[in-house]
Design a protein around this ligand. Structure first.
Ligand code: ZN
Length: 510
């Protein structure tokens, strides 16, 4: 008999870590999300949660399917960045362990996760967290996590979960649905179902731009897995991973959860998916457009109103992958070429946004970009600018990945540099929702060229304005450049495809 009102611990730890980016600190979590106790429940049921959407999805389905008692502990999320300061993670981890022990006995645990975290002294904090959750609640209590398909999956992560639920879409428009799915599995496991999870990993670390799911090899393999869900197969998660974490656990992984503890079926399907993927590995390569060609296309759209407008994706400076959101390669080129009707959004520069707020709307000044950061990619840029709009920062996403999610740009402004506009913000984040631009008074439909600092999530937010053939991935330097051979990898398992053209895969036996 399932318990009348099962007590389910709720926790979250989610950050995608880029080995090459500056260390992520407590301040980065505080600026994004670091909440405890009943505040978690309030957010999850608010209709516009600040958390990842899997949490409200999980709550809605648990609420719909019967009584339960959430036991909210702590949820900490930060924008993608460098490895997490060890002290912050250790404090978080200790608090979760103490909270779980104090809450015993528990009937289940739900973890809103990402799966590509690093700490300054630990390459697998997610695995460490899952292991201590399992050790505290015991072997028979369902522990279910939702993970980003960019997770770098370790044995410790798989071994300590009851059900492994990975996102199915990139851009990630299904996070809420995966929370619902996790709640359904939770109800089933509370009813006595026993599971087994198998993982098979490939020496395949593709560049992120080769991992869209609307079409292409990755989408095909995810679809193949979904066609096999049913019977003993409870969940199929094809996890492409996040290259820039640069860990020994990097590598495309098939993770299958089976009912009836049917580990044989789980393993056979995971192996089948990896065999099929490996055969088509050459399709996981993708080329970009050079800066000069991209600017020429933007210039042409600015001159000729009969052409559809164009979107330039600055994929190498994606805050959603640990970029600082402040490189000036494309901005400088747009200004020098005097491209008409162009807007770059969003540019992370707190001191510049603060300066605009001090000066006020209409003021003209010599805008100095990147006075606050000094790394190799955050190069200074200076131009005569006018403050066209000011905003305090809050917005609610309206389309795609951020739909219904509350966000905050921080103090922000629209600067006009001749014919080129720039949305400058204070809370570093990826541009992926029209609301982040409309909050600054911009009519996106009137732009001739939009430049976004984003790798791919923008596609789900801006598809109503830009057809996919008018989206140009621009090849510039940056912390998230898909040109993987430009990075000094130290911990990736080598050889690995496509970095090492002749990498081979030894199928696991047994
Ligand atoms: Zn992701």
């Amino acid at each position: 008999m399932p318990p009348a009102s099962p007590r389910i611990a709720i926790l979250g730890f989610a950050i995608e870590c880029n080995r090459f980016s500056p260390v992520s600190t407590a301040a980065d979590f505080v600026q994004d999300v670091d909440i405890r106790g009943e505040r978690i429940v309030e957010e999850a049921r608010s209709g516009a949660s600040i958390t990842l959407p899997d949490l409200p999805g999980f709550f809605s389905e648990m609420d719909r399917t019967g009584p339960w008692t959430p036991v909210p502990l702590r949820v900490a999320l930060a924008q993608p960045g460098g490895p997490v300061q060890q002290e912050f993670f250790d404090g978080f981890h200790a608090e979760i362990e103490a909270g779980l022990r104090a809450a015993l006995p528990l009937d289940g645990v739900f973890i809103s996760s990402h799966g590509a975290a690093l700490c300054t002294e630990n390459d697998d904090p997610d695995g460490e967290l899952f292991a201590s959750v399992r050790a505290i609640v015991g072997p028979d209590v369902p522990v279910i996590a939702v993970l980003d398909l960019h997770a770098n999956v370790s044995e410790a992560m798989v071994r300590n979960l009851s059900v492994f639920v990975g996102y199915l879409r990139n851009p990630h428009t299904d996070i809420h649905d995966r929370g619902i799915e996790a709640a359904r599995h939770m109800r089933e496991l509370l009813g006595g179902e026993k599971t087994a999870i198998a993982m098979v990993k490939l020496p395949l670390v593709p560049p992120s731009i080769a991992l869209l799911t609307a079409d292409g090899p990755y989408g095909e393999m995810i679809a193949y897995g979904q066609e096999r869900v049913g019977g003993d197969i409870m969940n199929v998660s094809v996890m492409a991973g996040f290259a820039f974490s640069d860990t020994p656990k990097n590598g495309y992984s098939a993770v299958v959860t089976a009912r009836n503890a049917n580990s044989g079926a789980a393993r056979a399907l995971a192996l089948d998916i990896c065999r099929r993927t490996w055969k088509m590995r050459t399709r996981f390569r993708k080329s970009m457009t050079g800066l000069a060609d991209a600017i020429a296309m933007a210039g042409a759209a600015g001159h000729d109103m009969t052409l559809p407008s164009v979107l330039l994706a600055d994929v190498a400076d994606n805050p959603g992958g640990g970029g600082r959101g402040n490189t000036t390669f494309i901005l400088r080129a747009l200004v020098e070429a005097r491209v008409t009707g162009a807007l770059l959004a969003v540019f992370n520069d707190p001191p510049l946004a603060a300066m605009a707020h001090r000066l006020g709307v209409g003021a003209e000044f010599q805008a100095q970009f990147n006075t606050g950061e000094t790394d190799a990619f955050s190069q200074p840029f200076e131009a005569r600018a006018q403050v066209a709009f000011l905003h305090d920062g809050p917005f609610v996403g309206r389309r795609g990945v951020l739909k219904g999610v509350s966000g905050d740009l921080g103090p922000s402004c629209l600067l006009q540099i001749g014919s080129v506009g720039v949305v400058v913000i204070s809370n570093r984040q990826q541009c992926m929702d029209p609301s982040q631009i409309e909050a600054l008074g911009v009519d996106i439909g009137r732009l001739r060229c939009l430049v976004v600092k984003s790798r791919g999530h923008f596609r789900a937010g801006f598809d109503e304005y830009f057809a996919s053939e008018r989206i140009i991935e621009v090849d510039c330097p940056g912390l998230t450049s898909p040109a993987l051979h430009n990075f000094a990898w130290t911990r990736l398992p080598r050889p690995v495809y496509p970095l090492d053209e002749h990498a081979t895969w030894q199928e696991p036996s047994g």
